[in-house]
Structures are given as C-alpha cells and as structure tokens.
Design a protein around this ligand. Structure first.
Ligand code: NI
Length: 252
C-alpha cells in the first residue's frame, strides 16, 4: 500500500483524470486544493472514490484576493468526513513579498480553522521557512499536526520543526541528480518523520522528469528513500503509509 499525501487532480490538470486515478489501484491519494473554487470538485472525487481523500485551503497566492465567503466555504467543507486537512496553506515569498502581512494573516486564519476542527495542516512554504517556523511555534501547545509539503529547508531547520508535530512531505525532488540537501535530510532523520507525495502534476521524479507527473509515480520516490536509507522497499512503504494514516487520522 502506498499513500500519495499531496497531489492535485484538477480537471484542468488532466484530460485523462479517470485513468490517472485508476493507475493508483487501491492506493490512497490525498488531493490538495489551492483555491475554494476547487472544493466542489474535490468533494465529488471523495464521494466517488473510496481511496481519495482531500484537503482544502487557500494558497498564499490568493492572500490579496480571497473573500470572507471563501473562508466560510473552507470551514463548511471541513465537516466532510473525507476532508482530512487544511491545505495547501502557508507563505510564498518567491511568488511575492509585497503582501507578507496578508499572507501571514490568511495563514493564521486557516491554522485557527484547522485547530477548531482538529485537522492537519498542509503547508506550502517557499522562501519563507523562518516566518513559517515562527508562526507554527506559537501553536506548539495546541498539538496541531503539520505536513510540511515539498520540504526544501535545511537539515537544521527540519530538526527545529520536529518538536512542532511536523512531518515532511518528500517527493520527486529527492530523485533529481543534482539534489543533495534533501538526500542528506532523508539519510539523517528517522523514517517516522516522512510521508510520500508527488505534488502531481508537478515535480515528476526521475526517470520521467520532463513528463507530467501522476500519483502512481510515488513508487519512484519510495524507491529512492529505500536506497538512501539502505532498507527494502516494502519496509519503506509500510512505515511511510503508517505515518500518513496517522498524520491525517485516516482509518482503513
Ligand atoms: Ni501542491
């Protein structure tokens, strides 16, 4: 069993969406949304496919344009039993630094929602890891579970996040030939801190880099982790699956 803890399956992402879903067999996909406009679609996928779960959130790129109604829509969808998290939410200073205050404000509003409904947060943090850490630190005593999706920080930073109930989403970047930092992190930290993700349709792992990604490619990420940690693939899948089930409170 494999779990892709972070993928996007928007209709605009895939012409052959049914086929992409079918390729995963009985393996689980946790589909992340970036905009309230995607919520109806993700809920229909959750209702149709037993192996699809979802997370709902407003991505920081909408920090200057979202409405109060959007937040209400997020909150209402958190009552659905297969919506297992709030995300992807966070800070993106690569996209723009001009509205840091608004990004931080939106991030905090959505962490508070996750806290209220006891959901895991799925964090997008790009060139903003220090601010992300400082915000999460304020919630330390609330025991909110965090999935730091597509982790790109340092090993030292990762060690600071661990006491904040954080798991690191590891995806296709790990397989890239020139990627050294993430390989070091995977070697160094216990496997209990990692979950697998593809971020499909982006970040396709080797050997298919350059093609459109899909959840079924999660196996190449798992193979790379197994290789780096010198354990077999089965054990890698067992442990990362347990990590994901526990991170998102999924009972199967
Ligand atoms: Ni994503």
């Amino acid at each position: 069993m494999m779990i892709d803890t972070h993928c996007h399956l928007g209709k605009e992402d895939y012409e052959n969406r049914e086929e992409v879903i079918k390729n995963m067999g009985n393996n689980i996909m946790i589909v992340s949304t970036a905009s309230p406009n995607d919520i109806d679609d993700i809920i229909s996928l959750c209702n149709k496919y037993p192996n699809i779960y979802g997370t709902v959130g407003i991505h920081p790129e909408f920090a200057s344009t979202y409405t109060k109604e959007d937040l209400v829509k997020i909150e209402n969808s958190l009552k659905h039993p297969k919506i297992v998290g709030v995300g992807e939410i966070g800070l993106d200073y690569y996209y723009t630094k001009d509205n840091k205050d608004k990004q931080i404000n939106l991030f905090i509003k959505q962490i508070d929602l996750a806290n209220k409904y006891n959901k895991t947060i799925v964090i997008h943090s790009r060139e903003a890891i220090e601010d992300t850490y400082n915000i999460l630190k304020e919630y330390k005593n609330q025991n909110i579970k965090c999935d730091l999706h597509c982790y790109s920080g340092s090993l030292e930073m990762a060690k600071r996040f661990i006491p904040l109930n954080t798991c690191f989403g590891i995806g296709g970047v790990l397989t890239f030939k020139n990627e050294k930092k993430l390989k070091e992190i995977v070697k160094e930290l216990d496997l209990k801190h990692f979950v697998l993700e593809t971020d499909s349709p982006y970040l396709t792992p080797e050997p298919f880099r350059g093609h459109k990604n899909e959840p079924n490619n999660i196996k190449y990420v798992a193979e790379k982790i197994a290789e780096l940690k010198c354990i077999n693939l089965e054990k890698t899948l067992d442990i990362t699956t347990q990590n994901a089930l526990s991170l998102f409170d999924i009972n199967i």
